[in-house]
Design a protein around this ligand. Sequence first.
Ligand code: TXA
Ligand code: MG
Length: 316
Amino acid sequence: MIVTDPLVATAALADGHLCAIPTETVYGLGANASNASAVAQVFEAKGRPTDHPLIVHVASLEQARQWITELPTWANELAKQCWPGPLTLVGPRTALATDDITGGQDTVAVRVPNHPLTLTVLEQLAAQGVHGVVAPSANKFGHVSPTTAQHVDNDLGAYLDSHQGVILDGGPSGVGVESTIVLATGQAPVVLRPGGITRKMITEITGLEVKESIADAPRVSGALSSHYSPSATVHLVDQSALTAVPSGGLIAFKEVATPAGLTRLSEPLTIDDFAATLYASLRKADELGLADIYVVEPTDEGLAEAIRDRLSRAAF
Ligand code: TXA
Ligand code: MG
């Protein structure tokens, strides 16, 4: 059931049911992080392997400190400047972060999402003694992440309806790709997943060089080679190759003309638009029954890195 009242969402979560929550990145499938059977439902609903750790969503940096034992000064500064916003910090866990959340790792991922309805829900829950809400993207495991309540309903509606779960509709997600995951256990930031907060922003805020994801970095399910996948086959192509393509869908900046035979799925003007419309465009191809999607990727740095990261996995 899709609802618009945050009080209904708060009540569902407090009662141990699932509630899909809107965030600025993508919709999350929320559960009270301290309720083991609710957390178990998250894995069941998504069909997600249970050793894949979850992100805990909280209302403030103060609340994040209940989950992470200590943050280096640079990470503290990052949190202060970027939260609420598309940043996830991975730090050493407190006793609140149980094995079912962390996949048995001794670190936990935490973020403060930037969406007014969800912040209201998190604050209402905090007032009732609920310390946080785990929320992976609210899609079936391996599928394209949802950026509208309808996307969530398409993927998980049947499960939610049969388990007293609800979907809180907060409109389309503004950023459109998942949060940047930063490992905050060392002397410099390590990006485990690129996202809405860019490397440049991290360096500007912390004054530190951002490291590449290290070889022994903790598991990140979004880091599997194949992920974020529609049923249609995704092809990453140069604009010049488009004329040789007989049929399918096209995702490219507006300046790229649509060749005869191709169905335009999106025509963003800016990189922000590209990210915000990407997942809806991939889903639209499936709704239209297209077998192939051709994407002319953005080439710059910043948000384009996150877009290329997701597209390479969607195309794998
Ligand atoms: O923008 C987002 O981050 C969205 C919204 C709903 O907040 N959430 C999201 O969750 O993308 P999910 O579960 O689809 O991806 C979370 C990623 C996973 O790849 C997981 O492996 C990683 O975070 N993760 C969680 N805990 C971790 C940890 N302790 N160490 C390393 N990675 C971790
Ligand atoms: Mg996901």
